[in-house]
Design a protein around this ligand. Structure first.
Ligand code: HEM
Length: 260
């Protein structure tokens, strides 16, 4: 049983595929909580500069996020550590903060606790606007970028949103902090489906948007037969650029073969 199969749900698979979220469901724990929390603590210890970044102008939003998270969980606000580090120790979600310097300008990534990046580097993206962040993504067209920017403008406090994405990886590794992974993808390895449950929440004081990422990784063999069939149907129409972006022709072929 897997938690989400966004490729098999038309509301989620069309882009941007954003739905309203009950504020009570902002944070999602699971059976994988103990293992993920231990891994997060180890990464925060050993790789702090890889998993954490906070530009000076994000200080207000960082503090407000930690307050909102603690209020949501019903726990006291921890002190003594940078707020995003403290947030990263509380829940399985990673958090990116997106802010506008001036109204009307594109949202930029100003801070993050990102223990489980899916093949991207926080250091490369920090400070950049959303369209630039999505530069390598073939299906993030100009039209989608404009829709995402409008969607960000429209996020209201108390009315969060969510979406989900999926990718196939040849490893269950959660921490993949580099864009330079494609050559090393091993199509003979154990194939896994990686799903991100992504949430969008407005912080009213700083006006920042919190982008939450809750990562689920399961072997392809955990899919129900109808989920496997739908995944195959989602992979089949991908064009060469998307196949390349998602790991290359060998991984694509191996995935299709594994889904019969
Ligand atoms: C509705 C909003 C969004 C949409 C529709 C969207 C869409 C996408 C898509 C289609 C991909 C390619 C991988 C995939 O198919 O899942 C992607 C990758 C990515 N997204 Fe988003 N995204 C959104 C919001 C965000 C936000 C708020 C961030 C903030 C950090 C973000 C950061 C990234 C990064 C870093 C990648 C990997 C880029 C790379 O390969 O270098 N996305 N996104």
């Amino acid at each position: 049983m897997i938690a989400y199969a966004p490729w098999a749900d038309a509301r989620l698979s069309r882009k941007p595929g954003v739905l309203p979220l009950d504020p009570g469901d902002w944070i999602e724990a699971g059976d994988d909580r103990e293992a993920q929390m231990a891994y997060r603590a180890a990464l925060i210890e050993a790789q702090r500069d890889v998993v954490h970044a906070a530009l000076p102008e994000s200080a207000g939003a960082c503090a407000e996020l930690l307050e909102a998270l603690c209020a949501h969980l019903g726990v006291a606000v921890p002190t003594g550590e940078p707020p995003l580090i403290a947030a990263g120790r509380l829940v399985q979600e990673d958090f990116c903060l997106l802010e506008q310097a001036t109204s009307g300008e594109e949202y930029r990534l100003t801070g993050a606790i990102l223990c489980f990046p899916s093949r991207w580097s926080l250091a490369e993206k920090i400070g950049h606007p959303l369209t630039h962040i999505h530069g390598p993504v073939p299906d993030y067209t100009g039209d989608l970028a404009a829709r995402v920017n409008r969607l960000f403008e429209g996020i209201r406090a108390g009315r969060p949103l969510w979406r989900a994405n999926w990718t196939i990886h040849s490893t269950a590794e959660l921490h993949q902090p580099s864009g330079e992974w494609r050559e090393s993808e091993d199509a003979d390895a154990d194939l896994h489906i990686r799903v991100e449950r992504q949430t969008f929440l407005r912080l009213p004081r700083s006006n920042a948007v919190v982008f939450g990422i809750r990562t689920y990784v399961d072997p392809l063999t955990a899919l129900m037969p109808e989920q496997a069939v739908a995944l195959r149907e989602a992979l089949e129409p991908l064009g060469p650029d998307e196949i390349d972006y998602r790991g290359g022709a060998d991984l694509h072929r191996a995935s299709l073969d594994a889904l019969v």
